[in-house]
Write a protein that binds this ligand. Sequence first.
Ligand SMILES: *[C@@H]1O[C@H](CO)[C@@H](O)[C@H](O)[C@H]1NC(C)=O
Ligand SMILES: *[C@@H]1O[C@H](CO)[C@@H](O)[C@H](O)[C@H]1NC(C)=O
Ligand SMILES: *[C@@H]1O[C@H](CO)[C@@H](O)[C@H](O)[C@H]1NC(C)=O
Ligand SMILES: *[C@@H]1O[C@H](CO)[C@@H](O)[C@H](O)[C@H]1NC(C)=O
Ligand SMILES: *[C@@H]1O[C@H](CO)[C@@H](O)[C@H](O)[C@H]1NC(C)=O
Ligand SMILES: *[C@@H]1O[C@H](CO)[C@@H](O)[C@H](O)[C@H]1NC(C)=O
Ligand SMILES: *[C@@H]1O[C@H](CO)[C@@H](O)[C@H](O)[C@H]1NC(C)=O
Ligand SMILES: *[C@@H]1O[C@H](CO)[C@@H](O)[C@H](O)[C@H]1NC(C)=O
Ligand SMILES: *[C@@H]1O[C@H](CO)[C@@H](O)[C@H](O)[C@H]1NC(C)=O
Ligand SMILES: *[C@@H]1O[C@H](CO)[C@@H](O)[C@H](O)[C@H]1NC(C)=O
Ligand SMILES: *[C@@H]1O[C@H](CO)[C@@H](O)[C@H](O)[C@H]1NC(C)=O
Ligand SMILES: *[C@@H]1O[C@H](CO)[C@@H](O)[C@H](O)[C@H]1NC(C)=O
Length: 608
Amino acid sequence: MVNIYSCELLILIGSILCLVCVSLEYVPEDNYLIDCGSSTNSSVGDRVFVADQSYSDVLSTPHSISANTSSDSTSSTYDSALYQTAKIFNESSHYTFPIKKPGRHWIRLHFFPFVYRNYNLSMAKFSVSAQNFTLIREYRLESPPIVKEYSVNVTSGNLVLTFTPSVNSFAFINALEVFSLPDELIPAGARTISSIQGNYKNLWKQALETVERVNMGNQTVFPQNDTLWRLWVSDNEYLIHNNLVTFVSNVTAVNFTGGGPTENIAPSLVYGTATRLNSDSDPNINANVTWLFDVDPGFEYLVRFHFCDILSNPHPKLYFNVYIGSWLVYQNLDLLKLTFSLGAPYFMDVITRASDTRLLNVSVGPSNVGIPYPNAILNGLEIMKISNSEDSLDVLDSISSRSSEVKVIIVVGLTVGLFLVVVLAFVLFLLCRRRKLDHADPLKSEGHFPTSGGGNNRYFNGANIFSTSKFGPVIDPSVSRERVNLVDWALKSIRGGKLEEIVDPRLEGQIQPDSLKKFVEIAEKCLAECGVDRPSMGDVLWNLECSLQLQGNEERSGNNCQISTQFNRGNNFETRVSAREFSLGGGDDLDGVSMSKVFAQMVREEMR
Ligand SMILES: *[C@@H]1O[C@H](CO)[C@@H](O)[C@H](O)[C@H]1NC(C)=O
Ligand SMILES: *[C@@H]1O[C@H](CO)[C@@H](O)[C@H](O)[C@H]1NC(C)=O
Ligand SMILES: *[C@@H]1O[C@H](CO)[C@@H](O)[C@H](O)[C@H]1NC(C)=O
Ligand SMILES: *[C@@H]1O[C@H](CO)[C@@H](O)[C@H](O)[C@H]1NC(C)=O
Ligand SMILES: *[C@@H]1O[C@H](CO)[C@@H](O)[C@H](O)[C@H]1NC(C)=O
Ligand SMILES: *[C@@H]1O[C@H](CO)[C@@H](O)[C@H](O)[C@H]1NC(C)=O
Ligand SMILES: *[C@@H]1O[C@H](CO)[C@@H](O)[C@H](O)[C@H]1NC(C)=O
Ligand SMILES: *[C@@H]1O[C@H](CO)[C@@H](O)[C@H](O)[C@H]1NC(C)=O
Ligand SMILES: *[C@@H]1O[C@H](CO)[C@@H](O)[C@H](O)[C@H]1NC(C)=O
Ligand SMILES: *[C@@H]1O[C@H](CO)[C@@H](O)[C@H](O)[C@H]1NC(C)=O
Ligand SMILES: *[C@@H]1O[C@H](CO)[C@@H](O)[C@H](O)[C@H]1NC(C)=O
Ligand SMILES: *[C@@H]1O[C@H](CO)[C@@H](O)[C@H](O)[C@H]1NC(C)=O
C-alpha cells in the first residue's frame, strides 16, 4: 500500500518536474531591452523595455534628440508602445553593451518613422553596424513599423552597435533588443547545397540576418507565444498553387519530450500546424508544394526547415523530397525513421547561394519511390542571410563586390587569352622555322617574333617560361599534330567569324564587342604566316591593354591606355596580380626585364 502510494507520488513529482522543464521560460543572461527616446518604461507582453535614460551609460553620442509622437496609427499592434518615441542622431553614435556570456546574441532593431518637429523620420538615411559587420548601409525606412533581426557571435566583452547618418541626414531608432541566445539555436556550421564549394560551411564568424520566419498551416504565431519573442508569419502569401494544399493543425500532437529540438528552436504552435500536399482527392497526385521568397542576390542563406508529423494516426506513411529551387535538399525524407515517434519535432539546416536570382523557391513533393497516397508536409521555415566576405549584410555591398568579381574574371580571361595567343604564335613560328631550316635547333635561330627590339636573351627567357606551361614543352623537335591543329583551329575560328570559340566560355556575353574585335585583331596578327607581318611583343601588350580598356569603358582613366588602380577594389589575389600585370603602361616603356616578369607571373597564375 505504502509502496504504491510513494510510487504514485514519484510519478506525480516526475510529471510536475517534466512540465516545469517543458514550459521553463528562457532567461537570457545578457538582456538589454531599450525604449529609445522614452522617459518611461514600456511593457510589451511579459517584458519591460527600459526608458533609455536608465541606460545612458551604454550610449556614447555627441548629440541626440529624444522624439515623440501622438500618432496612434500603430496602437493595435503588440509592440506599439515602443513606437511612440525615438532617438535621433545627427552624428555617428555608439551603443556599447557589456556582454557576460560569449556566443550568439540577437540584435533586434525596431523602426517606425514619424514626423517630429522638423525631423521627418521617413527622410532619415543612415548605416548601422555591429562589431565589424555592416547591418544596414545608407538605408531609408519609409515603411510602417519594421523589426530587423540580426545575430552575431560575440567573443569579446562588449557588443558595439554604431549608428552613422549619411551626409546631410540623420539616424533614428525607436527601440532595440540585445540578448543572448540559447546555445543550441544557431549551429556552428551547416551542410551546403547548390553552387557552393565543399559540403560544409562554418558560420561562427558570420553575422546573420533573419530574412523570413514563416509558420506553415496558414497561421501567424505572435512573439508573446514564442519563448524567444519571435514573430512567425503565415505562409499563405508565399504559397503558389495553393489549390494543391491543405492546411492542417493539431498542436496537442506535438511532443517535445523525445530529446529532439526544444521549444526554443520553434514553439509547439509552429510544429503543430503544417501545410501538406492535398492527395485526398487524387491518390496519384504528382506535384510539388512550393513557396516563393524574395532574397537579395549574391548572398548565401542559411535555410532551416521545421518538420513534425502531426497528421492523424493512422495515415499512410510520410515519405517525401525536399528542394530549394531545383536542388535536392533531402531525398525520401522519412520523419518517423529520423525521430522514432509521431509528433516529434525535427529540423534541418542547409546553406544555399542565391547567385543571380531574387527568388528562393522552397518545395516539398512526393518521392519518386512509388507509394500510395503520396504526401509531403512542411511545418515551418526560416531563411537567414549570411554576411559576405566584406562582412556585410547589405545588398549594396553585394552589388559592388559582384561587379568587381566580374572584372576579375574578365582580366584573368584576357590574360589567359593573351597567353594562348602568344603560345600559338610561338608554336607557329617554330613550325615555320622547322620547315625552313630542316632540323636546325630553334634556340639558335634569331626570330622576328616575339621581340620588342630583339636580343636573344629575352627571347630565350620567354621560351623557357612557355616550356613550363600547361601546353607542355614547346621546344620539342617533333611538334605534335595536336598543336598544329590548335593553330589551324584558332585561325579557322577567327576567319569564320566564330570568335566566341576562342574566348573562355565563362566570359560569354560579358565581353564588349569593341573589346573582342580589338582582341581578335591582335590574335590574328600574331598568327600571321610571315614573321615580319607579326606585331612586336610590345605592340601585343599595348593593344591588349587598349582592348581591356574598351571592356572597362566606364572606368577609363584617360586616352593613354593606362590601366591603373581600377582593379584594386576587390581584395582577392588575382585582382592584385592582374593590376600589376597591366600597370606597365604604353608599349614604349616595355623592356625585356619587365616583360619576363609579366610572363613569369602569367605562367604562375596559369599553373594554379
Ligand atoms: C525602468 O526599469 C528599470 C529596470 O527594471 C528600473 O531600474 C527603472 O527604475 C525603471 N524606470 C522607471 C521610470 O520606472
Ligand atoms: C512629447 O513629450 C512632451 C514631454 O513629455 C509632451 O509635452 C508632448 O505632449 C509629447 N508630444 C506628443 C506628440 O506626444
Ligand atoms: C548636431 O546637432 C547639434 C545641436 O543642434 C549641432 O551642434 C551639431 O553641429 C549637429 N551636427 C551635425 C553634424 O550637423
Ligand atoms: C515625410 O517624408 C515622406 C517620405 O519622403 C513623405 O511621404 C511625407 O509626406 C513626409 N511628411 C511630412 C509631414 O513632411
Ligand atoms: C574590428 O576590426 C578591427 C580592425 O580590423 C580589429 O582590430 C577589431 O578587433 C575588430 N573588432 C571585432 C569586435 O571583431
Ligand atoms: C563563436 O566564436 C567562437 C570562436 O571565436 C567559437 O568557438 C564558437 O563556437 C562560436 N559560437 C557560435 C555559436 O558560433
Ligand atoms: C488563410 O488565412 C487567411 C487569413 O487568416 C484567410 O483569409 C484564408 O481564408 C485562409 N485560407 C484557408 C484556405 O483557410
Ligand atoms: C498566446 O499568448 C497569449 C498571451 O500569453 C495567450 O493569451 C494566448 O492564449 C496564446 N495563444 C495561443 C494560441 O496559445
Ligand atoms: C491530435 O493528435 C493527438 C495525438 O496524436 C490525437 O490523439 C488527436 O486525435 C489529434 N486530433 C485531431 C483533431 O486530429
Ligand atoms: C512523447 O514522446 C516520448 C518519447 O518518444 C514518448 O515516450 C511519449 O509517450 C510521448 N508522449 C505522448 C503523449 O505521445
Ligand atoms: C522559382 O519559381 C518561379 C515561378 O515558378 C520560377 O519562375 C523561377 O524560375 C524559380 N526559380 C528557381 C531558382 O527555381
Ligand atoms: C519538384 O521540384 C523538383 C525541383 O524543381 C523537380 O525536380 C521535380 O520534378 C518536381 N516534382 C514534380 C512532381 O513536379
